[in-house]
Design a protein around this ligand. Structure first.
Ligand code: SF4
Ligand code: ZN
Length: 337
């Protein structure tokens, strides 16, 4: 016997949305996803009229679904029609960089045309004068056991701010989904790092510590990873077929399985964790309001809470600080920094 969709009552139900108990056809599931993203953008004012929004495209399903959805929602007027969308990828310069593993570049080109979205690629080598692989070699050669994901992460965050300034962006949208956000909460809790909650949350103001930091927005943060994957699959959005080998040692990797186990007993656990994280974020921001004094890094001039920023710290350890500073100096001079 065919079970009909709880929403439309017409088509066959294909997906059990365990958090609400609803049985949905694929059509209604995809409408729910689009509605949730549009509502998240509206509720948290993630995008407002006149925004220039950068879309960080790794080539993985999340960022491609994000690019597709923002293009579609803008066309439908569900986000302001005058929003400028500019997609960009960052090549970290290690053999397994997302953009090198992705088999989706033709698809990205298709989206740029279909939705009138500009697209650009930036490389660590151009932005920093060094690649993630150079940094890893420098660190590991000196016996410093820094994980490749940490190198990618620290440098990519900086790269996004530089790209944001170059493209005159007012926001940068990333493809973080509900699972990513729940993992972040768990990492902050297990790492006993309450201050990190200051950067958690949906609203751009949580991420703005300094004018040079471009606010990040996460329109997919209430969509489960499984739902993003289904949306991608049925919309012909290519899935990445090669995993980065470094991911297996990333602390987030194990948390995926932990959360999946918890979710079996409590289908709402990821939503609860994100909502908990949002509340803690508000309290932490309130508690430390005005107390975080930002200085300029003594080497590169970027804002930092100490005297040396995390990028310069990492590059110094890797023996590459001078190379980096020599690379960025002409840029800084041009910008009058
Ligand atoms: Fe970089 Fe880690 Fe992603 Fe691999 S899994 S591309 S090392 S962040
Ligand atoms: Zn610095």
């Amino acid at each position: 016997m065919v079970t009909l969709c709880d929403r439309c009552g017409v088509r066959e139900a294909k997906y059990l949305k365990a958090s609400s108990g609803e049985k949905l056809c694929l059509n209604c599931l995809f409408n729910t996803i689009e509605d949730t993203v549009a509502r998240t953008v509206r509720r948290f004012r993630l995008i407002t009229s006149g925004d220039r929004v950068g879309i960080a495209v790794s080539g993985g399903k999340d960022s491609l679904v994000l690019m597709y959805l923002l293009g579609k929602l803008r066309r439908l007027g569900r986000i302001p029609k005058d929003t400028v969308l500019i997609a960009f990828s960052i090549d970290e310069g290690q053999p397994y960089s997302c953009v090198r593993r992705a088999n989706s570049m033709d698809y990205v080109a298709k989206l740029t045309e279909e939705f009138n979205i500009e697209y650009k690629v930036f490389r660590f080598s151009e932005l920093f004068g060094v690649t993630a692989f150079d940094i890893a070699q420098g660190l590991w050669g000196k016996g410093v056991n820094t994980h490749m994901c940490t190198i990618c992460g620290v440098m990519r965050r900086r790269a996004m701010n530089i790209v944001g300034r170059m493209l005159n962006l007012t926001k940068i949208a990333t493809g973080h989904n509900l699972d990513d956000e729940a993992q972040t909460v768990l990492l902050n809790v297990t790492g006993n790092d309450v201050k990190r909650f200051a950067w958690f949350g949906a609203t751009p103001s949580n991420d703005v510590a300094e004018e040079e930091f471009i606010p990040r927005i996460k329109p997919l943060r209430f969509i489960r990873e499984e739902e993003v994957a289904l949306y991608a699959y049925y919309h012909g959005i290519p899935l990445m077929t090669i995993e980065c080998p470094f991911v297996y040692n990333n602390p987030r990797y194990e948390l995926k399985f932990t959360l999946a186990r918890w979710e079996r007993d409590n289908p709402n656990v990821k939503y609860s964790m994100v909502s908990f994280g949002d509340e803690v974020s508000k309290m932490v921001n309130e508690r430390f309001k005005g107390q975080v004094k930002l200085n300029k890094c003594i080497h590169c001039g970027f804002p930092t809470s100490g005297s040396v920023c995390r990028v310069c710290e990492l590059l110094k350890q890797a023996g590459l600080l001078e190379r980096y500073i020599n690379h960025i100096r002409p840029v800084n001079t041009q910008q009058g920094a």
